[in-house]
Design a protein. Structure first.
Length: 147
């Protein structure tokens, strides 16, 4: 049920998007935050050709008070998602993947940065073909930003 709600909310958000910022369906983004979304999309678009014909990389951006929420659907499953919450200089990244090796590779890309990873959790979901997905959260610049 949670995954069905997630899909429905994503579809609603994309349908309600008031603008497109370099490929991100954006809603409620003021000019001060538009540069942040554009910077994120530069990174996504710079690596887009590496996915070849694999589906994914749909991005939504929204503002919740003083926080920007960016969601990138890296693949076609509900468990291959990157969600970034930014408020001021604090950032929380939630990354989920069905492949633990890919999750560990993602973490290694930020090894030289001043970030703190919380414990990686593995979850079972019988609705998925693989049956298990892995979740990690990165915190930079303070406490975890609540969802």
């Amino acid at each position: 049920m949670a995954m069905d709600m997630h899909r429905a909310l994503n579809a609603l958000q994309i349908g309600k998007a008031s603008e497109n910022i370099d490929g991100a369906a954006a809603y409620g983004i003021n000019p001060g935050f538009a540069a942040l979304v554009a910077a994120f999309m530069r990174g996504v678009n710079r690596t887009r050709m590496l996915k070849f014909e694999h589906p994914g990389l749909g991005t939504t951006a929204t503002r919740v008070g003083e926080r920007v929420v960016l969601q990138n659907d890296i693949g076609t499953t509900d468990t291959h998602v990157l969600v970034v919450h930014v408020r001021g200089t604090s950032v929380t990244v939630t990354y989920t993947d069905v492949h633990i090796q890919r999750l560990l590779f993602f973490q290694s890309l930020l090894k030289s940065q001043a970030v703190r990873w919380q414990d990686t959790l593995s979850r079972t979901d019988r609705e998925m073909e693989e049956g298990v997905y892995h979740l990690c959260r990165l915190v930079h610049g303070g406490a975890v930003i609540p969802h």
